[in-house]
Design a protein around this ligand. Structure first.
Ligand code: SGN
Ligand code: CA
Length: 535
């Protein structure tokens, strides 16, 4: 009996320890779980709920039923943007709540600057168990995360490797499905007494748009609506639009991109040949040239892109179904976003990088039962720099002073702060795909941009010219707008660019650049010194 009562008291103690927080552990009762699903290069045009160019088509073809279900039950942000339309910089801005120049990630694969605060540690400190799975593409690993399995670099669509604290592991199967499996497995074995934050970061639908074999034949006989600007001649724009290398007609390859004559890495070749072989045969016989070839490329590119999107949507569906089955739906915030926008043939392009509309737009859908009104469409200008503060406020944690972004929680509640931003800052530093470096400002109506290596400015009136076909920078009717926006741009650069001198950068290439006092001094910014534990 004595032994039994000792065992009993041990069990009671053990159970108590699991439920009641220790003296120094934060109280977590009532805190929502957070699921953050981030995809790669997914455009708003290809989400049914967005009401963008291909949305109606996507609804008819059932491309994104689960994302649409999420939007119907939560908030969809129509004015959601990135601050630098490239993978690693966007992810670093999400992590740090800072613009690229301040967090140190201006280009692909770079590490977040030493000592800069990031949200995963703050969410964990607020009592959460945390997991990050999938594409990461930064030079440092999220060591302050309970469970992480990340693709090295861009990762592979088929049989990808993942890196974890104990090294690299090779998985067998299709990336989008495997990441979902890892996420659900982690949820199943989590500590149910504490809230969780699960992040699933998909590689899809990034180039080279390798679909899962279950969708090889889906959409094969369907015509995708062409954008009116598929054969844009860039007449109303400056040198940069002419100099890019992201045209479907000229730059998209018949090999890896269009899969006419290149084996995909790890792709199930027999199934692939059964589905794509006859298409490739017909293509070879047709001998297409010029506009007909571009049209064919557009159709086939878009089919593979949408097949990849559909697999991401399946992943969203599996996660939503799990939450529902486990009774977690009401107390879990689910966020769907992508690291930037993407061109689906608009202006004849694929890829992103520009401050222009299709590139700078990021999908953002948030379902938060009891907080975000179902079917709401908050129109505030929001940016990827806002996510860190948002996640930490959801978790009841603490953010340091000096973040560039602000929490979206009041907006989600339907109470946007009266002093919310009316303009946002953008800076792209990488000359990849022939896109000239530029910085600029986007307001509710206008886009002002300076392509500083060539000293060319452009202004778009997005209300009158939503496709951005004609720069009105030099038109006298817009002189006042140009002056006001330049003043606003300078203000934003003073606020966000502690070690970038816009006047020095505003010289055509070949011109001498002077180094500002700030550039000569250490690049440390006050925010760094407030950092907690880095990554
Ligand atoms: C790769 C792609 C580019 C793409 C960059 C950046 N080429 O280099 O088309 O712009 O990634 O993408 S590929 O032939 O390797 O696919 S990002 O999403 O990582 O920023
Ligand atoms: Ca990307």
């Amino acid at each position: 009996m004595r032994v039994f009562s000792r065992v009993l008291s041990f069990l009671v103690f053990a159970a108590g320890a699991a439920i009641a927080p220790c003296a120094n552990e934060p109280a977590t009762a009532g805190k929502p779980n957070i699921v953050f699903i981030l995809s790669d290069d997914h455009s708003i045009q290809t989400i049914g709920a967005y009401g963008a160019r291909l949305s109606e088509f996507c609804r008819q073809q059932n491309v994104t039923p689960n994302m649409d279900r999420l939007a119907a039950a939560g908030a969809l942000f129509p004015n959601s943007f990135c601050c630098n339309s490239l993978c690693s910089p966007s992810r670093a801005s999400i992590l740090t709540g800072l613009h690229s120049g301040a967090n140190g990630v201006t280009n692909l694969g770079q590490p977040v600057r030493q000592g800069v605060w990031v949200y995963p540690a703050a969410v964990r400190d607020a009592g959460y168990q945390t997991a990050i799975i999938g594409k990461w593409h930064l030079g440092n690993t999220p060591a302050n995360t309970d469970y992480w399995r990340l693709f090295p670099g861009q990762g592979n669509y088929w049989n990808p490797s993942v890196l974890g604290p104990n090294g690299e592991e090779k998985l067998a199967g299709y990336a989008t499905d495997l990441l979902t499996d890892l996420g659900l497995a982690w949820l199943k074995r989590r500590d149910k007494s504490r809230p969780f934050m699960l992040e699933v970061h998909h590689k899809a639908p990034h180039r080279p748009w390798e679909p899962p074999s279950r969708y090889y034949r889906w959409l094969a006989d369907v015509a995708i609506p062409e954008p009116p600007t598929l054969f844009d001649d860039y007449a109303g724009r400056g040198t940069p639009a002419h100099a890019q290398k992201m045209e479907i007609g000229r730059d998209m390859t018949l090999g890896a991109d269009l899969k006419v004559d290149s084996p995909g890495k790890g792709r199930p070749e027999a199934e692939f040949q059964a589905a794509y072989g006859p298409r490739n045969e017909a293509f070879r016989k047709a001998g297409l040239q010029g506009e007909a070839l571009t049209r064919w490329k557009y159709q086939e590119y878009m089919k593979d892109y949408l097949r990849c999107v559909k697999a991401v949507d399946d992943s969203v569906g599996r996660i939503l179904d799990y939450l529902k089955a486990e009774g977690l739906e009401e107390n879990t915030v689910v966020i769907y976003a992508a690291d930037q926008g993407f061109y689906n043939g608009e202006h004849g392009w694929f890829d992103k990088r520009w401050i222009y509309e299709e590139s700078i737009h990021m999908p953002l859908i948030v379902r938060w039962p009891g907080v975000a009104k179902p079917g709401s469409r908050p129109d505030a200008l929001v940016q990827n720099i806002d996510y860190a503060a948002t996640f930490v406020e959801m978790a009841g944690g603490k953010t340091p002073d000096g973040l560039h972004g602000r929490s979206l929680v009041p907006i989600l509640r339907g109470e946007p702060p009266p002093d919310w931003r009316t303009s946002l800052y953008y800076h792209y530093y990488d000359p990849g795909h022939g896109v000239t470096k530029h910085y600029g400002v986007r307001t509710g109506r206008f886009t002002l941009v300076n392509f500083y290596p060539v000293g060319e400015w452009e202004l778009y009136d997005n209300e009158k010219d939503p496709q951005q076909l004609r720069s009105v920078y030099a038109e006298s009717a817009y002189a006042r707008t140009v002056a006001d926006l330049k003043a606003e741009l300078e203000r934003l650069q003073r606020q966000y660019e502690s070690n970038f001198d816009p006047r020095a950068a505003d010289k055509p290439a070949g011109g001498k650049r002077r180094k500002s006092a700030k550039q000569k001094s250490s690049s440390a910014i006050p925010h760094d010194r407030q950092g907690t534990r880095g990554l």
